[in-house]
Design a protein around this ligand. Structure first.
Ligand SMILES: *[C@@H]1O[C@H](CO)[C@@H](O)[C@H](O)[C@H]1NC(C)=O
Ligand SMILES: *[C@@H]1O[C@H](CO)[C@@H](O)[C@H](O)[C@H]1NC(C)=O
Length: 617
């Protein structure tokens, strides 16, 4: 007893001592960091008060100029209008854990400070009224999830608005006016966003619906923009006129009310009914890497999961019912609602990096795949609505268009048509080993061509996106009738939480890994990997996250070509390839050119298709 009390007291006194010491220790390192920073500036005459031997926050004449202090700790650096230039050395700032504001407005800085995006705790970043220029890489802000206010206005920034900026979950204000940003405005995720100005740039295209609450003055001076805030109709999308809009709105409301009634009736019946467990054997589909064996208990749990997705409906008021409903974006498989999904039996298909997939057979005879997307939690309902509706408009014989989505704050479901044959991954590796599949050489060439054509279509439809597909890999290519490839799980780049973007396969491209930049060429890289896999039967290390497993197929093929022994890599057990080694080598070369390290040297999608079409089978 006594011992314990003494021990407790010791701990107590130890921690009070530590707490008392903390501000002091911090400010000592703050001082060192700030003096280093001062050294990196060109004409720091305004910072004369920054001298060694005085404490930044408690100097005799108050804090050093330009500092904001709280409890003896530097929390802000406000170096506005001090005639500064040069390149701020960010390294010392990383060691200032209290720093939450960095503002250098109205100076003469020209180059984006290298590594400023390592200041992950920053809440305010203000670089307005300088001479910053050039493009900001699309992933630049990915690790700065605390940012609330970003001001880059009155500079000479060019290129697209970085998509990582738009994905910041806590953004409140964003000021980009008077630069030379071009391309489309991305959908901003943060629901807290209440101040936005992108005026006087060279932005174009449709203003995302998530930004429609802002006024015309936020967008002025961008002649290419269209959409509700600027009062310009977007010509490409045929917007219905006002009366038909009203009729649609009325119909939707009526539909929601009827559906609610159906669901309530169903919920009552469902409680009475015994849980129904289907005894269908696991199917060959594999939407993701890991196949999960289906047991009755998992099955029952899945039903629970999917059902729980809709359970809130029973208590929701008609006011927010539209949020909790299943929104159909493509009626190719008929019209169905959440109730139809809840009634049906479900089966686990697999778990992947982005979530799990379930197969659901509805009473109507239509079978769908429901994907629970675990990495889309930062997304607001308007942003998801706009993005998935865009995906729902796609029509191409090599692209699987989503059917519906369901949005709740803690649950996002995407619904696709179920493709019974399953994925290319299953057919190439499913039941053991190298080329143990029925896919002969002719079929493989057709599949590669179909994949490339589907990809080209996505690139045309989403011309302004950094990476239109973003997640092209064997498990996301399904095989339809006659082995027609169908691209799936594309277009997720604008939907995912920023900290999970690297789960997309396109992040395996060298430029994404090294420089956090992504482009259409990153998709081409993924196409190249598929081609190499289809011809060599190897399992590339690009699929393995820790980087030690599988063979680096890209490296391997590149060096084989340089040594003229590429023929050795071909999997000659592929059916029907006996007289086609020359053609196989040609296709392998396309794969090698699609996986070049430098995006500039890599083939474009059009060139890749031209070369694939030239291959004689
Ligand atoms: C910008 O800074 C200069 C000093 O470098 C100052 O004279 C001027 O008033 C500042 N302008 C604004 C708009 O703050
Ligand atoms: C946006 O910036 C422009 C140029 O500075 C300004 O004229 C306009 O009033 C601003 N609009 C809003 C909504 O802040």
């Amino acid at each position: 007893m006594a011992l314990a009390r003494i021990f407790n007291q010791f701990i107590l006194s130890l921690s009070t001592t530590l707490v008392a010491l903390l501000p002091f220790t911090f400010s000592a390192s703050d001082s060192e960091a700030l003096l280093k920073l001062k050294k990196s500036l060109n004409n720091p005459s305004a910072l004369d008060s920054w001298v060694p031997g005085s404490s930044p926050c408690n100097a005799t004449h108050g804090p050093w100029r330009g500092l904001v202090c709280q409890g003896g700790v530097v929390t802000g650096l406000s170096l506005d209008g001090m005639g500064l230039s040069g390149t701020i050395d960010v390294k010392p700032l990383v060691k200032m854990p209290g720093l939450s504001t960095l503002s250098v407005d109205n100076n003469s800085f020209t180059d984006l400070f290298p590594g400023i995006n390592r200041l992950g705790a920053l809440k305010v970043l203000s670089l307005s009224k300088n001479q910053f220029s050039g493009e900001i890489p699309s992933g630049y802000f990915a690790k700065m999830g605390s940012l609330k206010k970003v001001r880059l206005s009155y500079n000479r920034f060019t290129g697209k608005i970085p998509v990582s900026l738009a994905h910041l979950p806590n953004l409140v204000g964003i000021h980009l006016q008077n630069n030379q940003f071009s391309g489309r405005i991305p959908s901003f995720y943060s629901t807290a966003l209440n101040s936005l100005n992108v005026s006087n740039n060279q932005l174009e295209g449709e203003i995302p619906s998530s930004l429609s609450k802002f006024s015309a003055s936020s967008f002025a001076g961008n002649p290419g923009l269209c959409g509700q805030p600027v009062g310009v109709l977007c010509s490409s999308s045929s917007t219905p006129n006002k009366t038909s809009k009203n009729i649609i709105a009325a119909m939707v409301t009526l539909g929601v009310i009827i559906l609610l009634l159906v669901i309530i009736i169903f919920a009552i019946q469902w409680r009475k009914k015994k849980q129904q467990v289907s005894d269908v054997p696991p199917s060959g589909i594999s939407n993701d890497e890991v196949k999960v064996p289906v047991s009755n208990s998992i099955q029952a749990k899945t039903e629970e999961n999917i059902k729980s997705a809709g359970s809130e409906l029973k208590v929701s008021s008609p006011g927010n019912a539209s949020v909790a409903e299943l929104v159909l974006v493509n009626d190719a498989k008929g019209v169905f609602g959440l109730a139809d999904l809840l009634k049906a039996s479900a089966e686990v298909l697999g778990n992947g990096p982005l979530g799990s997939s379930y197969m659901v057979r509805m009473a109507s005879g239509v079978t769908v795949v429901v994907k629970r997307m675990r990495q889309m939690n930062a997304l607001g309902s308007e942003a998801l609505d706009a993005e998935v509706k865009n995906l729902g408009k796609l029509r191409h014989h090599n692209v699987l268009t989503p059917l519906a989505y369901h949005y709740r704050k803690e649950e996002k479901l995407l619904v696709y048509e179920y493709i019974p044959k399953g994925s290319l991954l299953y057919h190439l590796r499913g039941d053991g080993g190298k080329s143990g599949s029925e896919l002969d050489w002719l079929t493989r060439v057709k599949i590669v061509r179909g994949i490339a054509e589907g990809l080209e279509y996505l690139h045309n439809e989403f011309a302004s996106r950094d990476v239109p597909h973003g997640n092209l890999k064997l498990s996301n290519v399904l095989l339809g009738p006659d082995n027609r490839p169908l691209l799936s799980d594309y277009g997720f780049h604008p939907l995912l939480n920023i900290d999970s973007l690297d789960r997309l396969f396109a992040y395996k491209a060298p430029e994404a890994k090294e420089k956090q930049t992504m482009s259409r060429k990153s998709d081409v890289y993924c196409l190249g990997i598929i081609i190499l896999e289809m011809l060599t039967g190897e399992h590339p290390s690009q699929y393995v996250n820790d980087g030690n497993g599988g063979s680096d197929i890209v490296q391997w093929v590149a060096s084989a070509f340089s040594e003229g022994r590429q023929a050795e890599l071909l999997d000659t057990t592929i059916k029907g390839c006996r007289n086609s080694v020359g053609s196989m080598e040609k296709l392998l070369r396309v794969g090698a050119l699609c996986t070049k390290t430098s995006p500039e040297q890599r083939l474009g999608i059009k060139e890749a298709i031209r070369m694939i079409k030239e291959i004689q089978v």
